[in-house]
Design a protein around this ligand. Structure first.
Ligand code: SAH
Length: 247
């Protein structure tokens, strides 16, 4: 999947994406990440990408000129999305939608702001939408872009070792994931639940579902409401594990 990122800190993005899952995905040709330095498209000896805001106020604003120039020269895959706290909230469903574009041979581009943000004419006349990673304010869009790239890349076929592992994860079923354990079976006297060592795959699956339901109900009831509450089967599984519908 091709993903283009426009930023004034290309090294920040490139270095992060050189290691671990993203680094391997790039090396194996599964992720074609292209990072573009906006400063290279800024005129003048200082390559200024920002200026003070019309109307006054603190800080600087990224100018439209270098951003338009970069996008027009590169011709990146669309949609081109501007990262910013005012954008549409990025979530796992969006990550899956983007990854499906990748599977279909289509790409995606991300534009990172800095300072107080980006000249409004970029949002109005250049990009296809705006994306926020959450209700807080970062110093720049680079970390946000990497959040999007990493969560999308790990859904691309072949990027993760075990294709099944993303199907059971938090959010993919509308639930948080069940608790996981590995060796040793007793650590500082804390035992792994016996059912997980029973070898009974049916029982294990029901236990995991019960734990996922419990956890979601206790921590994120909003996720349960969003998927229309619990089905009769799920209520039964909870009851089998000594939990009532409302705890
Ligand atoms: N003054 C702006 C915030 C600018 S923060 C405001 O009040 O809305 C500088 C840059 O960081 C933004 O242009 C954006 O690209 C990035 N950024 C900050 N918070 C973000 C968030 N929650 N999601 C995505 N990008 C964000």
């Amino acid at each position: 999947m091709r993903i283009d990122i426009f930023t004034i800190f290309p090294d920040v993005v490139d270095r992060f994406a050189a290691e671990a899952l993203l680094g391997r995905a790039r090396q194996r040709g599964l992720l074609d990440l292209r990072v573009h330095d906006l400063r290279a498209f800024a005129p003048g000896p200082r390559h200024a990408v920002d200026d003070s805001p019309f109307g006054g106020g603190p800080g600087m604003v990224m100018a439209a000129g270098p951003i338009f120039a970069a996008v027009e020269v590169v011709g990146p895959p669309r949609p081109l999305l501007l990262l910013g706290p005012g954008g549409q909230r990025f979530d796992q469903v969006t990550a899956q939608r983007f990854a499906a574009r990748g599977v279909a041979g289509e790409g995606l581009s991300l534009l990172c702001g800095r300072y107080e943000g980006v000249d409004q004419r970029v949002a109005d006349h250049l990009v296809d939408g705006e994306l926020s990673i959450g209700d807080y304010v970062l110093a720049g869009g680079e970390v946000a872009a990497l959040v999007v790239v990493e969560s999308v890349a790990r859904l691309l076929p072949g990027v993760m070792g075990n294709a099944a592992s993303s199907a059971e994860e938090s959010f993919s079923t509308g639930l948080l994931e069940y608790p996981q354990y590995t060796q040793p079976s007793v650590f500082r006297s804390w035992e792994v639940p016996a059912v997980l060592r029973s070898g009974d795959h049916g029982r294990i699956a029901r236990w995991r579902l019960a734990k996922a339901l419990q956890r979601t109900r206790d921590r994120r009831p909003d996720l349960l409401s969003a998927r229309g509450g619990l089905s009769p089967d799920e209520i039964r599984v909870l009851a089998e594990h000594g939990q009532s519908e409302d705890g």
